[in-house]
Ligand binder design. Structure first.
Ligand code: SAM
Length: 221
């Protein structure tokens, strides 16, 4: 697929509506400096997540998959002063880089990074009585997305918005014989979502500066 037009239009939209300030630019630069993969959401996707957080008047956000804290910063900026965002990151090096970026963004008091495997932290959060969250963004490893979603439901209330990134995988989810774990995880997640009566959901196809993919949006009934 020729993505040039999607990339150019993404830059056009970003220049108009998704400008990054120094803290966001520094978070992106920190990836290369620390030898981390450039797999953050794009600027326009970050702005989209921020608008979603504002739309649901989020005071309490949960994120799975922090990386350098780029999406974290976009979403946390939608919070009121007494709002809180918990973000879960498996890799301690990523968590340390993110902590620094969050500090630079002036969000230390609102953002808490939990370091560990999401599948272990989620039950801890539930046991500790965390939530219900107003918005939950799932963007960690893809194979257990279905399990992450089940935990997200337990940490939700009616009206909670659950967002899951990377569920279309360049269209590879159409191929039931694809053996990539991330594609299989996304296919399993999408099938579960389609059959889940606890939520009203859709998937938006995403094109732009990143590879062709999709974001699932689900509102808890
Ligand atoms: C796509 S990146 C997150 C990008 C970030 N949300 C952003 O847009 O700026 C995925 C992150 O999930 C982390 N991760 C992978 N497996 C995980 C697990 N089992 N539990 C928690 N985090 C995990 C990776 O280390 C990586 O930092």
């Amino acid at each position: 697929m020729n993505n040039q037009i999607f990339e150019s239009v993404d830059h056009y939209i970003g220049d108009l509506l998704g400008q990054e300030d120094d803290a966001l630019l520094a978070a992106t630069h920190s990836l290369a400096e620390a030898g981390m993969p450039a797999i953050s959401v794009s600027p326009n996707q970050g702005k989209f997540l921020q608008l979603l957080a504002q739309l649901c008047n989020a005071k309490n956000i949960l994120e799975l998959g922090t990386l350098a804290g780029y999406s974290t910063i976009w979403m946390a900026r939608a919070l009121p002063k007494d709002g809180k965002l918990i973000t879960v990151e498996y890799d301690p090096k990523h968590a340390a880089v993110a902590q620094n970026n969050i500090k630079r963004a002036g969000l230390t008091s609102q953002v808490e990074i939990r370091t560990g495997k999401a599948i272990e932290i989620l039950p801890q959060l539930a046991e500790a009585g965390a939530g219900p969250f107003d918005m939950i963004f799932i963007d960690a490893d893809k194979p257990p997305y279905t399990e992450y979603f089940q935990w997200a439901l337990r940490l939700s209330r009616p009206g909670t918005l659950i967002v899951a990134d990377n569920v279309i995988r360049d269209g590879k989810v159409l191929d039931e014989n694809n053996t990539e774990p991330a594609v299989q995880g996304a296919r399993r997640f999408n099938a579960m979502l389609g059959a889940n009566a606890a939520v009203s959901a859709t998937i938006l196809q995403m094109v732009g500066v990143k590879e062709y993919d999709g974001m699932a949006l689900a509102i808890v009934k």
